[in-house]
Design a protein around this ligand. Structure first.
Ligand code: AMP
Length: 145
């Protein structure tokens, strides 16, 4: 078996632990927050989307600027006054992947094809942090050097 094959196998079976951005460093919003608050978090953090958590710190979805704008889109214009009436829970995307801390790099790589970031949860489904596509690509890049 060549060294390259061995290295690839090593990379793919590696656990994702070292790549996780810990939850303390991740901007997030909660289900019951209003869209004006979520928009503020997104604008101030500079991120396109952030995780949505419940009061027990469990991952429920994610919310993006596009989903917020979609929710306040009237027939001909954005109805900004509705930002304070709509909850994050109503507007968020619930259909997001989650991975456990012991997931393999291969699984993370496959999942990241369609998602700029992936929420990582523990055995009780509590939020541990996120894995960004950037950190996954950076590691692949290092291995290919
Ligand atoms: P990046 O690859 O660093 O550009 O991150 C990709 C996406 O992951 C960003 O657009 C955000 O949606 C999310 N993200 C990255 N870092 C954070 C963070 N510290 N807090 C919240 N979301 C983040």
């Amino acid at each position: 078996m060549t060294l390259n094959v061995l290295k690839n196998r090593q990379l793919m079976t590696k656990e994702i632990n070292d790549l996780i951005v810990s939850h303390e460093k991740v901007a997030h919003v909660q289900l019951e927050n209003r869209l004006d608050h979520a928009l503020l978090v997104l604008i101030k953090s500079g991120y396109t989307a952030v995780p949505v958590l419940d009061r027990d710190y469990r991952v429920k979805g994610q919310i993006s600027k596009t989903e917020i704008l979609d929710s306040i889109l009237g027939l001909e214009q954005l109805e900004m006054e509705r930002l304070h009436d709509i909850t994050v829970e109503t507007a968020m995307n619930k259909n997001i992947p989650r991975l456990r801390t012991d997931a393999t790099f291969q699984k993370a790589l496959t999942t990241s094809i369609n998602h700029p970031f992936i929420c990582i949860v523990d055995d009780d489904d509590a939020f541990v942090g996120i894995l960004t596509r950037r950190s996954i690509l950076a590691l692949v890049h290092r291995y290919l050097q």
